[in-house]
Design a protein around this ligand. Structure first.
Ligand code: ATP
Length: 436
């Protein structure tokens, strides 16, 4: 089924996943706020990445570098010079577009159809700000356009504190900012977003082996978390498309409703970054091999993904509509680890205070172990539909009989099968089912 992006946008807003930023003032283009469900989903994606990349491995270390960095960092990295996209301006409707945007066909303005009369111009994508009270004398700095540079400038700090041997990695999740030209397609291309980046330092002669390794690891991460295989593909960059520092790059692309687009890129950056920062800072960023007694710059393999982009892909991929006994059921079939709410506790009857009280008590106890919600504001059919639509994994229903036998009904979101479980076994039962 091809998902209508408008349905996902509408569900996101209606149920509290994603809101337009500053909406009461008319909104700010391509900035987004994550609501109560969105913030949980985002956190779960970041946790899944961190578990896989940092906790599951002995040789990868976490980092949280600051967003504002010394301006020389961006000179060394090449961003001040090269971080730009070519754009076209329509002289008629004064709109501008990224030249390589899929909307721009045959050099015509997608809005009015007029030919673009001038050549493409380049614009630097970094957002500037100033440190100091007087703008005239203040230091011009940038909001980082990627998290990677924070890792490179901490290379020796990790070497001296953790004493790792090659290969080893430094992982970071954090905000990045880009003054993007063409935005849109919901959260796909925003001006403020989060990245999940690993810089993996390897022996120069082992670069190709680890490049292939990380491509398959990262592709499997998405599949393992529930994205359908047929909606993912790998795209190798051609030689003329490669960034100035890269020896090779492969994108993991997702089949978005608006086309196949990049979710994550895996690049072989050679020894470019450590060399550049050594040269610009005057600090030696080589690695010393104490067996061979030689110093050299390791090569770097970089899997770089976007939190917001993968969140959008997870939402789209999980969205499904089904017919159940003649009625439409919307389900967000998110992986259990990603689902924002794990358990909903629902009383079958609200006119029986003992049932309400029992349901609230169960909910209060489960909250200590899983993200749990309580809802008694509609009939049971409607309550189930609400939970299915936001991907809640299990619904626990308390009914009249529960008062007698101290058992509740647990309903599975995907199979809709129901089981009677003793209240005193409920927590263990759910923990096992949820794998927590
Ligand atoms: P694109 O070609 O789509 O602009 P890119 O190749 O410039 O992306 P990278 O610099 O490789 O992107 O950044 C790594 C990841 O960060 C991307 O794969 C994407 O998931 C995420 N990302 C980059 N730019 C944005 C953005 N403007 N909004 C949301 N996510 C982004």
């Amino acid at each position: 089924m091809t998902v209508d992006i408008e349905k996902v946008v509408s569900l996101s807003k209606r149920r509290g996943f994603i809101f337009q930023s500053s909406e009461i003032y008319g909104g700010l283009a391509s900035s987004w706020d994550y609501g109560p469900l969105g913030v949980e989903l985002k956190k779960n994606i970041k946790d899944a990445w961190w578990k896989e990349m940092v906790y599951a491995r002995e040789e990868i270390f976490g980092l949280d570098a600051s967003i504002l960095m010394h301006p020389k960092v961006w000179e060394a990295s090449g961003h001040t010079q090269n971080f730009s996209d070519p754009y076209l301006i329509c002289t008629d409707c004064h709109k501008y577009y990224r030249q390589d945007s899929p909307e721009v066909k045959d050099n015509r303005c997608p809005l009015c159809g007029r030919n673009f009369s001038s050549q493409a111009t380049r614009a630097n994508l970094m957002l500037e700000t100033y440190l100091g009270p007087l703008k005239e004398t203040a230091l011009k700095v940038y909001l980082r356009p990627e998290t990677a540079q924070g890792i490179f400038v901490n290379f020796t700090n990790i070497l001296f504190t953790k004493h790792p041997k090659l290969p080893f990695g430094i992982a970071q999740i954090g905000k990045a900012f880009r003054n993007e030209i063409t935005t849109g397609n919901f959260t796909f291309r925003s001006r403020e977003f989060e990245q999940m980046e690993l810089e993996y330092f390897v022996l120069p002669e082992e670069d190709e082996q680890y490049y292939e390794y990380w491509i398959s690891q990262r592709l499997n991460w998405y599949i393992n978390l529930g994205i359908k295989k047929e909606n993912l593909r790998l795209r190798k960059h051609s030689q003329d498309e490669l960034a100035h520092y890269a020896k090779a790059c492969t994108d993991i692309e997702y089949n978005f409703p608006f086309g196949w687009m990049e979710l994550e890129g895996i690049a072989n950056r050679k020894d470019f970054d450590l060399r550049q920062h050594s040269q610009f800072s005057g600090i030696d960023l080589t690695y010393f091999d104490d067996q061979k007694r030689i110093r050299f710059y390791p090569y770097i393999i970089e899997p770089s993904g976007g939190v917001d982009r993968s969140l959008l892909a997870f939402l789209i991929d999980a969205y499904r509509e089904e017919k159940v006994r003649g009625e439409k059921r919307v389900v967000l079939g998110l992986d259990k680890r990603l689902a924002p709410i794990k358990v909903a506790v629902l009383p079958l009857l609200t006119n029986r205070p003992e049932i309400v009280e029992m349901a609230k008590k169960i909910s209060g106890e489960l909250k200590r172990s899983f993200v749990t919600t309580y809802d008694d504001t509609a009939g049971i059919g409607r309550l189930y539909r609400r939970q299915d639509e936001i991907g809640t994994v299990y619904c626990v229903t308390v009914d009249v009989q529960s008062l007698e036998d101290k058992k509740v009904t647990v309903r599975d979101r995907d199979t809709m099968l129901q089981e009677r479980i003793s209240v005193d076994k409920l927590k263990e039962y759910l923990a096992e089912k949820l794998g927590m």
